[in-house]
Design a protein around this ligand. Structure first.
Ligand SMILES: Nc1nc2c(ncn2[C@@H]2O[C@H](COP(=O)(O)OP(=O)(O)OP(=O)(O)O)[C@@H](O)[C@H]2O)c(=O)[nH]1
Ligand SMILES: [Mg+2]
Length: 463
């Protein structure tokens, strides 16, 4: 559990008070409080004591700055947003009066020996969550709605808060589970008469359809800038390791110059490449990167910097090293999660690294495996420009992961040598199981504490 979540859960016994409206000009502002026994705690803060039952009434707050007229919305526990006693006082929107009103509530609680303090960011929503008044998805939706910068992001946030996202994710997980059951029947009861598993031919289109449904969720509310939505894959590494040769081998023609000289490539060269049936991306060849640039070559520093700029903007970095040399360290700002290690010139030496793709542009080996691995990694990226990933990165990542696994399951199924019989049903079944698991954070059944801190930290104080 995160510290924020743990400390907030532990301190729920205290009363919290905050301004509940954003700063800015308006007629009235809200002061909000939540906690146990508010009527008792705030006895000295109001001219008229708070009644036993829910009401809204005109009252006056007794503050150090004088009496402030207010409208009180009084919601005793448990029928309130947080599930605790909740109070909202609408006071004239003046920063001095607002501070005075908050102080008056805290001072009254102190006089009554009740623990009270200023609320932390998101604390009202967090209390609502812990008291079972708010689903985590709804809380996240609320946070996302606050953070939304346009209508599309707001629509994505509403989809989560309304439960529509969970419903669709559930339906897809359910359908995937049905497919899994039909495949497993063939594994577990293959020798039993009358038990027929689904054929690869019948299953593959179902898996494709499910992956399309996931794609359409992640594109909900997507902005119309699809032109810039092409992923960028950059060939990066020290000079002369064979990046340009690999670039040509992948694109399938001599698009860029290669030579024995160090520093042959100076500028970034882009070519659109279809890495798989469903994956097209921009492949970019850049100059060799050297942390220390050779003296007497003024262009080298500029070219090297340009290479670094391309890498920082890349969705996937193909980090190239030659088989017979030690691996290059990743430059600063390039996280390992965006990197695919590639070993070049494998015809010259046997590489000793394990976790990499081995290639030789000269011998044309490893090129198809590299393209397939690039496609696999790109499928896992959340769609660019999608509002969902902008405001709900956790959900977008889960959907991207599940979608990639479903496509992989479809590809595995389609590559069965016979259309009506299975040779490797276990492989498809395990990919399907992983896809269902990947959807779990949205369809339910995950460890809430892991994400709580991050969710509520996105709220502002008073929410
Ligand atoms: N044996 C062998 N040689 C290769 C291979 N790939 C490239 N080379 C050679 O290595 C040299 C450098 O190749 P490039 O593709 O220009 O290397 P680069 O990394 O683009 O070089 P810079 O642009 O200078 O950074 C050339 O002489 C290529 O012929 C390979 O797979 N095997
Ligand atoms: Mg080059």
């Amino acid at each position: 559990m995160t510290n924020t979540a743990a400390s907030s859960r532990a301190s729920q016994a205290s009363i919290v008070v905050a301004r509940g409206s954003a700063p800015g000009r308006c007629v009235r502002a809200i002061v909000r409080a939540s906690g146990p026994s508010l009527a008792h705690a705030f006895r000295h803060a109001f001219a008229h004591p708070l009644p036993a039952t829910r009401c809204h009434e005109a009252n006056r707050m007794m503050t150090a700055a004088g009496e402030i007229p207010c409208i009180v919305l009084w919601m005793p526990a448990p029928a309130s947003f947080t599930g605790e006693d909740c109070l909202e006082a609408l006071v004239p929107s003046n920063p001095v009066l607002l501070d005075a009103a908050v102080d008056a509530l805290l001072a009254s609680a102190a006089k009554q020996a009740c623990a009270a303090r200023h609320a932390n960011a998101g604390e009202f929503a967090m209390r609502a969550f812990f008291n079972g008044r708010l689903e985590l998805a709804a809380a996240e939706g609320l946070a996302a709605a606050i953070a939304a910068t346009d209508d599309a992001e707001l629509a994505a946030a509403r989809m989560l808060a309304s439960g529509a996202l969970a419903l669709e994710a559930n339906a897809i997980a359910d359908a995937a589970m049905q497919c899994l059951a039909l495949v497993e029947v063939g594994i577990d009861f293959s020798d039993v008469e009358d038990v027929t598993a689904i054929t690869p031919e019948a299953l593959a289109p179902q898996l494709r359809a499910l992956s399309l449904r996931l794609e359409s969720i992640s594109n909900q509310g997507a902005r119309e800038d699809r032109a810039s939505a092409v992923s960028r894959v950059v060939l990066f590494g020290p000079p002369n390791v064979g990046k340009s040769s690999l670039f040509n081998a992948i694109v399938g023609h001599e698009r860029t110059v290669t030579a024995d000289e160090i520093g042959t490539t100076r500028d970034a060269i882009v070519e659109r490449v279809q890495f798989a049936k469903d994956i097209t991306a921009g492949l970019i060849d850049v100059a060799g990167y050297a942390a220390k640039v050779v003296d007497g070559d003024p262009l080298a520093a500029v070219a090297s910097q340009r290479a670094l700029d391309e890498v920082r903007d890349a969705d996937l970095v193909l980090m190239c090293d030659v088989a017979h040399q030690p691996m290059t360290e990743l430059p600063q700002g390039v996280e390992g999660s965006r990197v695919l290690r590639v070993i070049t010139k494998c015809d010259l030496a046997t590489p000793c690294i394990v976790d990499a793709i081995f290639t030789s542009a000269l011998a044309s080996t490893g090129i198809d495996a590299l393209k397939a691995q690039i496609a696999r990694r790109l499928r896992r990226l959340p769609s660019r420009g999608a509002a969902l990933s902008a405001v709900l990165p956790r959900q977008a990542a889960a959907i991207a992961e599940a979608r990639a696994l479903l496509i992989e399951a479809a590809v595995t199924t389609e590559s069965e040598p016979r259309r009506t019989h299975w040779t490797r049903p276990e492989e498809t079944a395990s990919l399907l199981r992983a896809a269902i698991e990947a959807l779990r954070p949205i369809s339910g059944g995950f460890d809430a504490d892991d994400v709580l801190g991050r969710v509520f930290a996105r709220f502002c104080i008073g929410k």
